[in-house]
Every structure is written in C-alpha cells, then in structure tokens.
Write a protein that binds this ligand. Sequence first.
Ligand code: GLC
Ligand code: MG
Length: 423
Amino acid sequence: MDQLNGSANLMIVSDLDFTMVDHDDPENLALLRFNALWEAYYRHNSLLVFSTGRSPTIYCELRKQKPLLTPDITIMSVGTEITYGESMVPDDRWEHYLNHKWNRDIVLEETARLPELVLQSETEQRPHKVSFYLDKTKASKVMQTLSRCLEKRGLDVKIIYSNGIALDILPQAAGKGQALEFLLGKLKADGSGPLNTLVCGDSGNDAELFTVPGVYGVMVSNAQEELLQWYAENAAGSPKLIHATERCADGIIQAISKFSLGPNVSPRDIRDSMYNRKSLRPCHEVVMFYLFYERWRRAEVENSEEYVQYLKSIIHSTGNFVHPSGVDQPIHQLTDTIVNLFGDKQGVEFRVWVDRISTSMVSSGSWLVKFDKWELSGNELRCCSTKVLVNSKIDAEDQFTWMHIHQTWVDGFGEKDDMSWVI
Ligand code: GLC
Ligand code: MG
C-alpha cells in the first residue's frame, strides 16, 4: 500500500477460510494461482484485504500453515478489528467507535442463561465479539430469544450465524460490511480509494460484504447454505454479485474475469512460461522466473537445450549473487547449479511463491525488484528477502536480464549456513 500514489486499481476484500483458503486442497493450488496473479499484475497498484472471523491469534496461525500473501489491510474478528500493513497497526478509532451501546459483561450474563450456547475458545473472545457454538437446528429460535433479551438490557447488537455452527454477537455498528464501509470512507478521504472493489465470501458472516454500495461480489461455488439462503432472500439477480462455479480462490479469479476487473489468467495457468516472456513488467518477470524454477525442479517442463539457453540469456554472465549465507558468487555459477537440478524435486511437494513484490526504477531501463521468495519443500518452509537488479534488454525492452541478486534469510525461515538453498 505504501507504494500507492492515488487510487488503487482494484481492492479485493476476501474472507479466508473456504474462500481464499481451501482446506480441502492440501496442495493449495488455487491459492498459489491467485498469489501468482496478484503479485504479477496487481500488487503494485491494488489493495489486498483479508476479512476474517478469526481473531488475531488464529489468523496468525493460519498464515503459518498456508501460503497466504501479506495483505495490505487485515480485518479480523468479524469486522471488529482493523489493522494496517505488515506490522498490523490497529485502527483505534474503529474500535473506539464500536463501544456505543455495547457491554460484553451483559452479553455474557444473558448468554449464560441459554444452555444451547457453548462458548468458543478463549482466543476467539474479543473486546467487541463474543462467540459460541450452536447447533444448526436450534439456531433460529436461540437467536430470536437472545436478540429480545439483549435489547431489553439496552444493548444494540448484531447476531450472526456462520458455517452452520458458529454464533457471533457483536456491536450493531460492527461486522464485515460495516468495517468495509468504514475502510472505504477512510481510503477515499486519504485520496487512495479503489476504482473497483471485489468482495469474496462463503458463509453467513460474509453476507454483509455483499451489501456494501458499489462493490462487486463473488460467493465461491462451495458457499455455505446460510449464505445461499441469504442470497435467495435478499440479492437474487443482482448484476454485481455472482455465485461462482469454481471453488475458493479459483472462484475469485473467475469473478475478476466475469466483471472485467483486470488481468485474470494466472501465470500458473500459462504452461510455457519461459517462452511467454514478452511484454513483461519486472514484477511479472520475477513471478514467471520462479514459476519456471519450480517446474524445472519438479520436471514439469521439458529438459531441453532451448530452456537452458533461455536461462543463460536471462541471467547475466558477469553479475553477482549474494547467497543468504553471505557467500558472494559469480551469477553464472547459479545458472549451472539450476541446470543441474532438473527434476530433483520430481514427485516431492515443492512449491515456490513470491510475496510483497515492489519495484523501483533506478535508471532508464534498470529496475530494483524487492520481494520475499518462499519455498516449501516437503515439510520445510524457507523464505529469503530478495533484491534483484534487472535491466531491460537493449534489443527487446520488454525482456529483462538479471544483473545482481542479493538474498537474506527472513527471521525464523532459514539457517545461516544452509547451502542447500539455491535462489
Ligand atoms: C471464525 C472465528 C469464530 C467465529 C467464526 C464465524 O471461525 O474463529 O470465532 O465464530 O469465524 O464468524
Ligand atoms: Mg469462510
């Protein structure tokens, strides 16, 4: 977001569980497809917002388990907590605003009278969110009773049922939709409001997102019954809202295409990535290169002399590569190393993705590209903060040569002397 000058092109506001993240896909293929699309085409001028029911504690756990990109903004605990940037700076103004007609002690007192409600874990109880488990068959009756009792006690609350099991009680002013409206207002006031916003969800607590004025929406194909019911009763036929035919992150990509919101073919869906390296921007180049690297090591591309020549034409013969161990080597050695690794990860879980790409032009035709390069190999997850200097080729300005590469371990994701790391 720091790189934004003026309006963002697209703001994606997505739920996580079973929307951005498909817990039924252990390989995370749809998520990786989305990641490549976002970093190649959107990261530099768009905003990624995660809007989840999870508390900060279990949101951070999910980020350790799944290849999630770093969002620009995180909305947690069903729209009761908004944080900015990677360091997750809280929006105190929002939290203060939610105190109106809210008293969690009264909520706890009243809910204690209803034996059907089973309190969720301590981490999920937040200053403006009290959460329970509740059987589907009892949901509607319990919600009506609760709503009456709390109103009598002078509270103005919102009661939301999600995933056929979870019940959240929040201040009336909270929720994913209200939080998004607040955020859009703030961005607009700062002059960085998005041209288009796409909201994405799968369950009850996402319904409000689709009611925010002006936004496009996608319910992923695997949306929950309660959301589809809400849709049938409130929004059927709305031209800006689709029920995707694809699951999770693939449904998000489908919506980008359906509403013509920008590039919608993930680099991961382009088979011959090395041959399709024309008209690239430096960030796109980096995404394509690492995709090739993954496929080369998984033996998903041909081991042909043409590919070797391509690799040699990309990596400059006299540059330097500073390995995260600190060892400084001529960059051409790296080319030979990569060539020799063809197929060494065949049949193994091996995935590569990049996060937080940013580029800056250092002189005409020369760019510094910064990003985090993640690599999952079996159970091992490693990450290097990476800087690459790329120059556009004299005879083809939309193609690049990698001049210098400098990598350092991201804390906790690499061992200083680990020489098995390649690039
Ligand atoms: C997440 C939260 C939970 C909440 C549910 C539905 O699973 O962890 O507390 O009830 O979302 O909003
Ligand atoms: Mg969900």
